[in-house]
Design a protein around this ligand. Structure first.
Ligand SMILES: [Zn+2]
Length: 124
């Protein structure tokens, strides 16, 4: 039985820093909103930049949330005693893969297959 304690610690760390980043992003969003409300003569020429910033922030937020979900899922698996086991084929995930990506919950083979399926599936 492989010892995953170190990876577990890394996942916990990752979860904390992702949460902190998300909080920071939300605080930024809030202060940006307040700034907008504070200037009733809204500068139109800044609209485009703002929309761009907003979209960028939204994309980052989505990425952070996805990463948090992945980390959370891996931590759940750890608690359940199934950490390091592929979600799809129930075979052990390659140790090198876990080392590089502690939140991985699919083995390389399944991950590759999933990526291929996603490409073949028509966009939502
Ligand atoms: Zn697999």
């Amino acid at each position: 039985m492989t010892d995953f304690t170190e990876l577990y610690e890394r996942l916990k760390q990752e979860q904390m820093s992702l949460n902190a980043e998300l909080q920071r992003l939300k605080a930024e969003e809030k202060s940006a909103d307040e700034q907008r409300e504070g200037s009733p003569f809204g500068k139109r020429e800044e609209g485009a930049t703002e929309a761009f910033e907003w979209e960028k922030r939204l994309a980052l937020e989505r990425r952070l949330n996805d990463a948090l979900a992945a980390v959370g899922h891996a931590l759940e698996k750890y608690e359940a005693g199934t950490y390091g086991i592929c979600d799809l084929c129930s075979r052990p995930i390659e140790p090198a893969r876990l080392e590089a990506l502690p939140q991985a919950t699919l083995c390389l083979e399944c991950k590759a297959r999933q990526a291929k399926d996603a490409r073949n599936r028509p966009a939502k």
